[in-house]
Design a protein around this ligand. Structure first.
Ligand SMILES: C[S@@+](CC[C@H](N)C(=O)[O-])C[C@H]1O[C@@H](n2cnc3c(N)ncnc32)[C@H](O)[C@@H]1O
Length: 208
């Protein structure tokens, strides 16, 4: 992580009011729609959206899910998400503080699907691996990861990210971390050579 959690939180709270208008790239929009498409919750599913920001994914999934739990480190971004939920009358979503490596989910809460979009690249690779382990321990049946990720060697003259604050991983690293944590990779979508969506399903255990 190139910035501390507090620095990332402050940075996002500072831009929270303008965040939605600033997300105008085709790649971001494609990633949002792929994450929503692959998450595909049923009315019985509880979904956890990590790094939920202003709730783009959480609010899109809420009408199809039983409940959506949005977690983020930036109170400013969470406040935007809560305001948007109230404006459209979505009541089965809850936005609160939580982080990848400590999602602030109750011990007795069954999480069926975990999603994250454009957020995990703020963590170092070691922290991403730890976060994927924490997500696996929640025992979701599916994890959909949309983010900046490298399908090849990124062109240093055209980074899709901000090298001073972001720390994207290669697709190979993420695939290994997911399989090491007990997931099976069921889809890999390349949106751009530096942006993609990985879909991971929990491998059934011997007694399932
Ligand atoms: C680029 S925004 C993406 C927001 C949203 N998922 C979307 O698709 O629009 C990244 C978000 O990740 C959050 N974030 C950064 N590091 C985090 C961490 N360690 N745990 C949880 N959220 C984090 C930031 O506060 C920010 O709201």
């Amino acid at each position: 992580m190139k910035k501390t959690i507090e620095e990332h939180a402050a940075r996002f709270s500072h831009i929270a009011a303008e965040y939605d208008d600033s997300q105008d790239s085709d790649e971001y929009r494609a990633c949002v729609s792929l994450v929503v498409h692959y998450a595909d919750p049923s009315p019985e599913d509880v979904v956890l959206d990590l790094g939920t920001g202003t709730g783009a994914i959480a609010l899109a999934l809420a009408p199809d899910a039983k409940r959506v739990v949005g977690r983020d480190i930036s109170e400013g971004m969470l406040e935007q998400a809560r305001t948007k939920a109230a404006e459209v009358g979505i009541e089965n979503v809850e936005f609160d503080e939580g982080r990848f490596r400590d999602p602030n989910v109750g011990d007795d809460e069954q999480i069926d699907i975990v999603v994250t979009n454009f957020a995990m690249h703020h963590l170092s690779d070691e922290e991403k691996r730890e976060a994927i382990g924490v997500i696996a321990d929640l025992e979701p049946r599916r994890f959909v990861l949309g983010d900046v990720m490298f399908f090849g060697t990124p062109d240093p003259d055209e980074p899709f990210y901000s090298p001073e604050v972001d720390d994207p991983a290669t697709v190979g690293f993420l695939a290994d971390a997911l399989t090491d944590a007990g997931f099976v990779l069921t889809a890999v979508e390349s949106v751009h050579e530096q942006v993609g969506v990985l879909v991971a399903e929990r491998a059934p255990t011997a007694d399932e």
